[in-house]
Design a protein. Sequence first.
Length: 93
Amino acid sequence: MNTIESAELQMPLIHSNGNSGTALGNQYFEALRSLQDFERKLYVVEFHKRDYYPLGDEAWNVAVEQRDQIKKKISDIRQYLEAHSIHCFNSAR
């Protein structure tokens, strides 16, 4: 499983003619909190094989694979937001 490395991300340069590191850090952190809220709501959706078996033997496997792909994308977004908020807060020091 590939993960986003912070060294690969293009981070903003905090400077006097741009947004403050604190402001950007807070915005990324709030986006991260919203993502965490979304995750909690997504994972309470009941995901069960009984809702797929009438579609055929492979339907459940396809559904599981698709859900795993979505989880990976959410993880990538989380890493992006975390890396950016940390970078911005560190740049504000």
